[in-house]
Design a protein around this ligand. Sequence first.
Ligand SMILES: Cc1cc2nc3c(=O)[nH]c(=O)nc-3n(C[C@H](O)[C@H](O)[C@H](O)COP(=O)(O)OP(=O)(O)OC[C@H]3O[C@@H](n4cnc5c(N)ncnc54)[C@H](O)[C@@H]3O)c2cc1C
Length: 416
Amino acid sequence: MNILIWLQRDLRLHDNEIFHRAGDEGHHILPVFVFDEAESKAFHSGLSRWSENKKTFLLECLSDLRSSLSAFGVPLLYREGDTVDVLSELFAAHAIDEVWFTDTAGTEEQRRQEQVCRKLPHRSFSGQSLLHPEDLPFKEEACPGVFTAFRKKVEKYGRYREPLPAPSALRPIVASFEDSLPASSTRSFHPNSAFPFRGGESAGLDRLEEWMWMEDRLREYKETRNGMLGTSYSSKFSPWIAWGCLSPKFILKEIRRYEEERVANSSTYWLLFELLWRDFFHFTWRKERGHFFKVPEKAHIRSGRSLLLWQEGRTGQDFIDAHMRELLHTGYMSNRGRQNVASYLVHALKEHWLLGAQWFEHSLIDHEVCSNYGNWTYVAGVGNDPRDHRVFNPRIQAERYDPDKRYVRTWINKES
Ligand SMILES: Cc1cc2nc3c(=O)[nH]c(=O)nc-3n(C[C@H](O)[C@H](O)[C@H](O)COP(=O)(O)OP(=O)(O)OC[C@H]3O[C@@H](n4cnc5c(N)ncnc54)[C@H](O)[C@@H]3O)c2cc1C
């Protein structure tokens, strides 16, 4: 068969059922990534969805996949425009039998998928989450609304599948295409960046090898994960996971191998625990769909001047400003930082949480709809959190997590 592989957030060869099957079953393939025109539309506020950091990271992911595919003689096609139009045109031009894609969470993503499915013969696969939807110990629509209940059920009755190996052979439909992938600007990383890494499956796998095995950081992850400075305190897997360059199932396989070969302790468990948080938001989204965002459809949300000061890291609260400047410069921020700046925007500056979430969507190189909007509703106290508010006091947080002010000095002295 001739298969059009529509890539979205599954930019990898390992544990990608689409490439695995296409290789195994000997189909001819045409992989394409469409930068949908809707993605170029700004939010109502005028804010674009793509910071330079985020766009560059995506282009790096695509460029890496393009070179991995070219080793099989398969070109990766990049197009910009209306996804349905682009896919329909390719479908007709290359005598395609079916479009294959990984089912991707998100309101706009699902709408696009439905449009494609209405028009073209297709097949969808699961591959975004750690747990396969069929292995959940409950029906998707009965997914527990609180993380602890979700985790306990999954830990007791759930099943984790093995990751699939990368394909050993792939057959192209067309040998070459005029290369349309925009060149990613060669980045020089900010000297203080906690994320001085490039996008793409190769860099993601290298990072796993380095952090888990060479630097041996997993054994103390639970103690270091609330850090804010440097590359080592946490895995930094999120941007690669978000674009599908690293598979959560592969990470779990490596955790299990580490537990056998090195040590099994509360830190090795905690990395799985965090991956379950991601799955929790993923499956909550799948259950709630449009209701996930907790915002009335036509809510009129005004922003005040404090939103701008927060975005630019100029609120006057050093611990908050340092984090917002890190985000501005690098497209990344620690989990501790994210909780603090989100809480500050909502509870101290009294801005609507949605505006903060949109700023994160614009800025973060690891932006994922479910994790971002899920965490924001959680911090704002409008999600499924049984506690009303998660209010962080930045002064107390700074004393606890940055007692010698190294973090604040790193980001504030340099520029103000
Ligand atoms: C307001 C807010 C917004 C966020 N937005 C995003 C987002 O858009 N994309 C994103 O990937 N994460 C988001 N997070 C979660 C978390 O901050 C990042 O996943 C984490 O900081 C990434 O760094 P790491 O890979 O080194 O994490 P590690 O501590 O090494 O964790 C390993 C992995 O577990 C997952 N994970 C960890 N914590 C969470 C969490 N709270 N929720 C969901 N998954 C988690 C991530 O995939 C992460 O890569 C957000 C958190 C908050 C408070």
